[in-house]
Design a protein around this ligand. Structure first.
Ligand SMILES: C[S@@+](CC[C@H](N)C(=O)[O-])C[C@H]1O[C@@H](n2cnc3c(N)ncnc32)[C@H](O)[C@@H]1O
Length: 285
């Protein structure tokens, strides 16, 4: 696993999303994750929903089921799933700013519930959910084994897990670690970036049967050119973006360096975007 040279804690992850909240909403929108371009003709808004739809397919959701969105951001994915699949979704986030926005969605739908809590110290009962999923949140967790152990504990037998994650190339070369992957972890508040093999091993050790891990890198990487373009546009036209970047008190301004770095990490194959799917076996009859 790639580990940043400065340790990243749940508090630093929460601070990242709280401090950058206005910028995230303006640059990324309500979905704080990659888009998926399957035809290449999707608009950015369609692409983020295509990613959610792909993830949803892997869980074979049925109306009335209860699903957990681990690291739910602003709750946009939870709302999309409730609307398209009529499932109940409980979403959790570390960020107060995200939680406040998500609460507004919950006020509009009885199918949605959001909580501000740490997945690694969650208060859910055993077998609480039919399925759980995580879009780009496991990277932020220091103990990936516990991430999967908690998923296994809280999913009912026969339920599924789907995880979209930023992954490091298997056996990344020292230069990839030094110039791309370690800085990406540090700048983006990731306590560790695992490889596909490591993710499968953690899931299996937790008790899951892994159904597959799909490499979606070439279909998602356009996200970063789009984001870099949007940030450059805002820097040119909006003084508060320049003020934030030039202010030494801005704790998370370093993240801007990751925009070209992530683009390059995809171009070189150093970073991979994976969709892992697995299920909790039914156990002996
Ligand atoms: C890149 S954002 C993705 C948000 C959302 N999944 C989406 O796709 O829009 C990462 C999310 O993971 C959440 N997160 C990170 N570590 C977490 C933890 N230990 N417990 C709960 N949420 C966590 C953050 O609060 C944030 O909401």
């Amino acid at each position: 696993m790639i580990v940043p040279r400065e340790p990243q804690t749940p508090a630093s992850v929460a601070d990242h999303y709280d401090e950058l909240d206005p910028f995230y909403r303006e640059i990324w929108g309500e979905h704080v994750h990659h888009g998926l371009w399957t035809t290449g003709r999707e608009t950015p808004d369609q692409a983020v929903e295509t990613l959610v739809a792909r993830l949803a397919e892997t869980m074979a959701l049925e109306p009335g089921q209860h699903v957990c969105d681990i690291g739910c951001g602003y709750g946009a994915t939870a709302e999309w799933l409730a609307k398209h699949y009529e499932v109940r979704v409980t979403g959790i986030t570390l960020s107060s700013a995200q939680f406040l926005q998500a609460e507004e969605r919950a006020a509009r739908s009885p199918l949605l519930q959001f909580m501000r809590q740490d997945w690694l110290a969650n208060t859910f009962e055993d077998d609480a959910f039919d399925h759980v999923f995580a879009i780009e949140s496991s990277e932020h967790m220091p103990d990936k084994q516990r991430f999967f152990d908690e998923a296994y504990r809280t999913i009912r037998p026969g339920g599924r897990i789907a995880v979209c994650a930023w992954l490091a190339r298997e056996r990344a070369a020292p230069w990839e670690g030094r110039f791309l992957l370690e800085p990406i972890c540090r700048e983006g508040r990731l306590p560790g970036m695992g490889s596909a093999t490591e993710y499968c091993a953690w899931a299996e050790k937790a008790g899951f049967t892994v159904d597959g891990i799909e490499d979606l890198s070439t279909k998602v990487r356009r996200t970063w050119a789009l984001c870099a373009g949007r940030v450059a546009g805002k820097l040119l036209t909006e003084p508060r973006y320049r003020r934030y970047l030039l202010d030494a008190r801005s704790r998370n301004r370093i993240f801007v360096l990751s925009l070209p770095r992530i683009w390059l990490a995809y171009a070189t194959g150093s970073m991979i975007y994976g969709l892992l799917t697995a299920h909790k076996p039914l156990g002996p009859a």
